[in-house]
Design a protein. Structure first.
Length: 94
């Protein structure tokens, strides 16, 4: 069974819904920093698997990460560290 974790901003904006069997195992080796709803910094990124203006999918050490939003773009990608900017609506961990 594939582990799935989904984060989604709600109307409160101060609350993120977080569901996982074992978050520690799921995120082992990865560091994700979310800055407001317009920037996300990710360590341990191996590749960009797909993208368009409303969607970016990344391959990380132990899982894939899909970022959904508006006007998304890769601001920088250096030595496994990637910065995504735009209006971030939700994240999906696969």
């Amino acid at each position: 069974m594939q582990k799935r974790l989904k984060l989604k901003a709600n109307e409160n904006k101060n609350k993120i819904e977080f569901f996982a069997d074992s978050a520690k195992d799921f995120f082992d080796g990865s560091h994700i920093e979310i800055i407001g709803d317009e920037e996300i910094n990710i360590d341990s990124c191996l590749a960009v698997l797909g993208f368009d203006e409303d969607f970016i999918r990344l391959s990380l050490k132990n899982f894939n990460l899909s970022i959904y939003g508006e006007k998304l773009f890769v601001s920088s990608f250096e030595e496994k560290c990637v910065t995504i900017k735009g209006k971030i609506r939700s994240l999906e961990f696969l």
